[in-house]
Ligand binder design. Structure first.
Ligand code: HEC
Length: 190
């Protein structure tokens, strides 16, 4: 799989947004959303392609390698740190939430219980960290039907075996379509 990670168009959109409005705090949610869109679009494209070509066992590789590669690429070309997190991680070493993220993920769960759709659910705040003020932004990731193959309650045996081998500490199972699987998490120094 050596396709370009991002199409020129999505990247230009996201990065143009992130760079040209760097000083203008009003645009920050907009920048974050553009980056999330670029991330989600390329990830979903890669995932669908890999599932169709090589099946879900092969697609594990996409989630394992392309997801962080796309995130790193977007982070490098913008002023944002971008990643994914969850209350129940598959790759805890890479994606475990910090205290602020845990709080927001719990808040997303309770907003969903109170009737809000997780689609487009976001939360943003300026947080004072050790090294200064940081703008932090999270957006919920709803579980889609395609996700259940690898994150659902009944994972095909050969797939479960491959996941167990790669992620012995996996917690990211038992999800149904519509559940909040996790969130995109972005931050930018102010
Ligand atoms: C082919 C199997 C597969 C499918 C299908 C899949 N995932 Fe994953 N998912 C993984 C793997 C493997 C990881 C661990 C990635 C890593 O190592 O960072 C992961 C990690 C994640 C994470 C990061 C947090 C964590 O648990 O470590 C999120 C969020 C996530 N997946 C959401 C989704 C969503 C939403 C879908 C459907 C659009 C989906 N996944 C479909 C295999 C899959």
């Amino acid at each position: 799989m050596t396709k370009p990670l991002l199409t020129a168009a999505t990247l230009a959109l996201a990065v143009g947004a992130a760079v040209s409005h760097a000083e203008d705090t009003i645009d920050e949610p907009w920048e974050a959303r553009a980056l999330i869109k670029a991330f989600a679009t390329s990830l979903q494209g890669e995932l669908k392609g890999a599932m169709a070509e090589g099946g879900p066992v092969c697609a594990i590789q996409v989630c394992k390698e392309e997801a962080p590669a796309i995130a790193a690429d977007l982070s490098q070309r913008s002023e944002w740190q971008i990643g994914r997190t969850s209350l129940k991680t598959r790759n805890g070493a890479r994606n475990a939430p910090d205290a602020w993220e845990t709080n927001v993920l719990e808040q997303f769960e309770s907003r969903q219980r109170n009737g809000e759709s997780p689609k487009g659910m976001t939360y943003a705040e300026v947080v004072t960290m050790d090294d200064g003020k940081v703008y932090r932004h999270m957006q919920a990731i709803p579980t889609g039907q395609v996700c259940v193959a690898c994150h659902g309650a009944r994972i095909a045996p050969e797939l479960a075996e491959a996941i167990d081998a790669a992620y012995p500490e996996d917690q990211a199972r038992g999800y149904k379509a519509g559940d909040i699987r996790g969130a995109f998490t972005l931050s930018k120094p102010m």
